[in-house]
Structure formats: structure tokens, C-alpha cells
Design a protein around this ligand. Structure first.
Ligand SMILES: [Zn+2]
Length: 264
């Protein structure tokens, strides 16, 4: 039964992906696209049940073609991306300072994470250290207000279209969930930049993060699904069971939840 469900899911994924690439010219009507999206979501609600994904994880959303606001921002597998936004006033109630080193000394907002993720992060850093990999935090929690300031600055520097490629609109940053953190080597070299991909720290994170409940949220080659280029430094806590499934099946969080964003 499990294999049947899995094979249905894979064929559905393939059909959607090919559909996506065929429609790259965006001649398709938006109504048609939206119907397709709803069909996929409906079809997968049943399948997700067999995968033990809690129903409330499925982000019951407003039925609109545009941006949707997640209604369960506190679940560990909450989906936040260019289509699914956190409520503007959402601040996690259990933010703490993880007991790990950061590349800065100050007690800033960006040092915080939600408690469960903070505990897991400490274990991850300790596990890395055993393998002689020394990690530091770069940026964890980020409030809606901070994201707004950042995004506006990037738009000024690079223009709106470019800024959207690497920065999130306020409300759509995973950092607001308190479950995501950018990580670097303890020297801070290549922190949150593409050269981090070639470091031993990045390789360790890719191989081992899932054992601690984290995923590489924006993997290589999945830009059309996540809406973001490869970010080997941005890890996202989803819980150990989910992280291991995502890693084993080489999925993104969008694919795991079967909720695809429109990346443009
Ligand atoms: Zn990040």
C-alpha cells in the first residue's frame, strides 16, 4: 500500500513538473493553473494521511489565486515561502537564545530560535564538533519588521526583481518562523554566500542535518519549486522524522507537503 501511494505520488510529481516546464511561457490561463493546483492539493490530502502528516500541517488557506496566509504558524512543518505567508503579527511565543556560538557577540534578535529548534541546533553543533567541524550561527529569528527593513534595502540596491531572487517579502521569510537559521564555519568565512557550498561545513550539514531534525531548505536544482537559488547555509527545523523522510526521498518541504508555490 505504501509503495502504491509512493508511486502515485512520484507520477503526480513528474506530471506536475513537466506541466510546469511546458508552461514556462506562461501562456496558460491563471484559472487553469489554479484548478490544477487545487486538484493536486486535494489529491494529496488523502495521501498525506497515509504518510502520517498531521492534517493541521496542511496549512488550511484562503482559496485565492494570490498569496495565502498560513493558519497554523506554530506547527513544526509550517510551510513559509513566496506563496504561503506568515501572519504579519506572528511572533513565536517560545523564542529562546540557543546555547551555541554565533559569528557575533551581541544578544541580537537574530540569535533567537524557537525552543525545540534551539535544543536541536545545540545537538547539531555538538555532533559536528565530534567530526571536527566547527559551526557558528549567522542569523536565526527575524521579525516581520526587520524583514521589511532588509527587503526594502535590497530593492534599493538591486531592484525589485533581483531582490526577490535572494530575499523574501515581509511575511514570507522562514526566519520569521523561528525555525530557520543560517549557519557558517566558526570563522564566518563565506557566511551566507555561494562560496559556502564548497566548504567542509556545508558538506557536513548536507549529510548530517536531518539526523538532528533540520533540512537544507533550498537545495540545488530545486529553484523552480522553492523559489530560491541553492542556499547550503540555510537550515530549517522540521523535526527528526520529517527531516529524515525529506532527506531520504530527496524532496523539498513543498514536495513533501505537496503544496507547490508559483515561483514567479
Ligand atoms: Zn536564511
Amino acid at each position: 500500500m505504501k509503495y502504491l501511494v509512493l508511486s502515485i505520488m512520484i507520477s503526480l510529481l513528474l506530471s506536475f513538473n513537466s506541466c510546469f516546464s511546458k508552461n514556462n511561457n506562461y501562456n496558460d490561463s491563471s484559472a487553469k493553473k489554479e484548478n490544477h493546483q487545487i486538484n493536486i492539493e486535494n489529491a494529496n490530502i488523502k495521501k498525506n494521511a497515509t504518510l502520517d502528516i498531521p492534517e493541521n500541517v496542511m496549512n488550511k488557506t484562503k482559496q485565492s489565486n494570490a498569496i495565502r496566509t498560513v493558519s497554523h504558524p506554530d506547527v513544526m512543518t509550517v510551510l513559509v515561502n513566496k506563496k504561503y505567508f506568515l501572519p504579519k503579527n506572528y511572533v513565536p511565543k517560545d523564542l529562546v537564545y540557543p546555547n551555541v556560538s554565533f559569528i557575533f557577540k551581541e544578544k541580537l534578535e537574530k540569535r533567537k530560535m524557537r525552543k525545540e529548534a534551539a535544543i536541536a541546533l545545540k545537538k547539531l553543533f555538538a555532533g559536528a564538533q565530534k567530526d571536527h567541524i566547527y559551526l557558528s550561527g549567522v542569523s536565526g529569528y527575524r521579525s516581520y519588521a526587520t524583514q521589511k527593513v532588509l527587503f526594502n534595502r535590497y530593492v534599493k540596491e538591486d531592484g525589485y526583481v533581483n531582490a526577490r531572487k535572494y530575499s523574501a517579502l515581509p511575511g514570507s521569510s522562514e526566519h520569521q518562523s523561528g525555525l530557520a537559521i543560517d549557519v557558517s564555519s566558526s570563522t564566518g568565512k563565506c557566511a551566507a554566500t555561494s562560496c559556502f557550498a564548497n566548504t567542509k561545513e556545508a558538506k557536513w550539514l548536507d549529510k548530517n542535518s536531518s539526523n538532528y531534525g533540520f533540512i537544507i531548505r533550498y537545495p540545488k536544482g530545486k529553484e523552480q519549486i522553492t523559489g530560491y537559488k541553492y542556499e547550503p547555509w540555510h537550515i530549517r527545523y522540521v523535526g527528526v522524522t520529517t527531516a529524515k523522510q525529506i532527506k531520504k526521498r530527496n524532496l523539498t518541504l513543498e514536495e513533501y507537503l505537496n503544496v507547490y508555490p508559483v515561483s514567479k
